[in-house]
Design a protein around this ligand. Sequence first.
Ligand SMILES: Cc1ncc(COP(=O)(O)O)c(C=O)c1O
Length: 421
Amino acid sequence: MVRTRHTTVSRRANSTVRPKTDLWWAHRTASLPDMGNPLVARMQGFGTTIFAEMSALALSTGAINLGQGYPDTDGPREMLDAAVEAIRSGRNQYPPGAGVSELLAAIAQHQRRFYGLSVDPAREVLVTAGATEAIAAVVLGLCEPGDEVVTFEPYYDSYAATIALAGAVRRTSALRFPDFAVDEVSLRAAFSSRTRLVLLNTPHNPTGKVFTADELALIARLCREHDVYAVTDEVYEHLVFTDSPAPHIPLAGLPGMLERTLRISSAGKTFSCTGWKVGWATGPAPLVSAVLRVKQFLTFVNAGPLQPAVAVALGLPDSYFDGFRAGLQARRDRLVAGLSDAGFTVLPSAGTYFVTADITPLGGTDGVDFCRELPARCGVVAVPTQVFYDHQEQGRRLIRFAFCKREDVIDEAAKRLRTLA
Ligand SMILES: Cc1ncc(COP(=O)(O)O)c(C=O)c1O
């Protein structure tokens, strides 16, 4: 694929396998006009992510990286063993398009077990390359150019890029500071006759908010009133802490929502295997079939030998899910104590891997500047929350810390942060 004139020409010119007689190629490389930025216009607003910048900063300074949300420990032994066994026993070729049968069954069983939701594994479940591919395939599969997608600010960064790729239009409603409550007036205003779907993330990254029953009822009411689809990103479904004001409630379970909702989740967060990229979408057969139609041309299939291993993980006893959540809650508390001692105003985190801190008491006025300086000041990396906003001023003084790290790492980070006080 031609990416840039320079990289393509030099890579090909050095190639020893391409015969000199390849006149087509000689012509192609010689005559490429200088077309400026080859990237399509709708992606030009999307630069290198702040996560890459902050992770590079962590590497170059040796700071503790609490910027990116990935655990530094492995997932359950049973799951890892099952993956090794699947690789050794030869399950290394393309799996079936929708996913291997035991994972489809395990996803359906998991939904019944935790939420009482019933889906047919043969028609209403699709395995994807992480939740990211599910989100992309849903938006590309359901939205015509010009259709509108309603979502909440701040939002997970892939939403904006995916909506742009589909040629759809993002309409946002900002969660209210400081409790990140849904603002009914702005949410209603985000809907129009062009709305195609609502993209909801609960438990919510980056805020750690868990949407309440009343907020979900409002969203469901608006979806029904405007007759639109709901797409729910529930990758942190098992990470709701015992002091959360609300439990995790799938929107699909609300009256009139099952038939219009696609639920998305992923093994990455629940089973500490973010690099496996095994996700899924479940919902009514026609919706799942539309998503499959797109997925087959994005990745076709993915993670063959990892799929049976995730099936094993989904069937683990309650003690695994409870223990995982309790461990993260304890690490949240240790980090929050360090942040409070350092002088930040710490906002409540009811779930996920993340907690948000307000930098105002420490004299900070801009999260990006603050995060760029933090490694030099105390050897810790965080990410500025404003990058998750369209209206960046709303999150300018907020920064996000991930606490999905080993206890000794969290304790050391908390110790370093205390030196800011
Ligand atoms: C809210 C949210 N959705 C989706 C994803 C992506 O999940 P996956 O790694 O399974 O693609 C993440 C990862 O950080 C996330 O935080």
